[in-house]
Ligand binder design. Structure first.
Ligand code: HEC
Length: 124
């Protein structure tokens, strides 16, 4: 391999890694967890339109819906994430993730959900 092709491969490697390097590791891991565990229902973009939805009798929450999401406290979101839909009187189709995600991963996930809705909890 000559010097130019090595430089070219190096540039490709940097270009591939740059989105990863530019994010903090916490945010990056919540995003990865979301893509791994949540996207099949909630969609990669969090809009509630994952590949499972055609046959689901209750549709997954649209996490980009700021109006709805701002009515849910961080505790509610964490509880839904950890204990599943039933724990917050919602559908059993939302699975419990407490055996899969650690408490700190769930905390980070709630922050990630807040970046999807661009919203905070608004208690009124
Ligand atoms: C198998 C499909 C499925 C997967 C996978 C899934 N969800 Fe859900 N989720 C749902 C459904 C369905 C609802 C809506 C429940 C309802 O409205 O009764 C929901 C609702 C929610 C809610 C809203 C709770 C509320 O307060 O209204 C949150 C938060 C949530 N999911 C987070 C997650 C996170 C985080 C993950 C990944 C760790 C995830 N979900 C993975 C199906 C899924």
């Amino acid at each position: 391999m000559n010097k130019n092709s090595l430089l070219f491969l190096g540039a490709i490697a940097l270009w591939t890694l740059s989105p990863v390097l530019s994010e903090t590791s916490l945010a990056a891991s919540a995003k990865n967890n979301y893509r791994t565990y949540c996207a099949q229902c909630h969609g990669i973009a969090g809009n509630g339109r994952g590949i499972n939805i055609r046959d689901m009798s209750v549709q997954p929450r649209n996490h980009t819906d700021a109006e709805y999401m701002s009515q849910r406290s961080d505790e509610d979101l964490a509880k839904a994430d950890k204990e599943g839909g039933l724990a917050i009187d919602k559908s059993v189709l939302m699975p419990p993730w407490g055996d899969t995600l650690s408490p700190s991963e769930i905390k980070d996930m709630v922050q990630y959900l807040r970046t999807l809705c661009h919203c905070k909890y608004n208690s009124q």
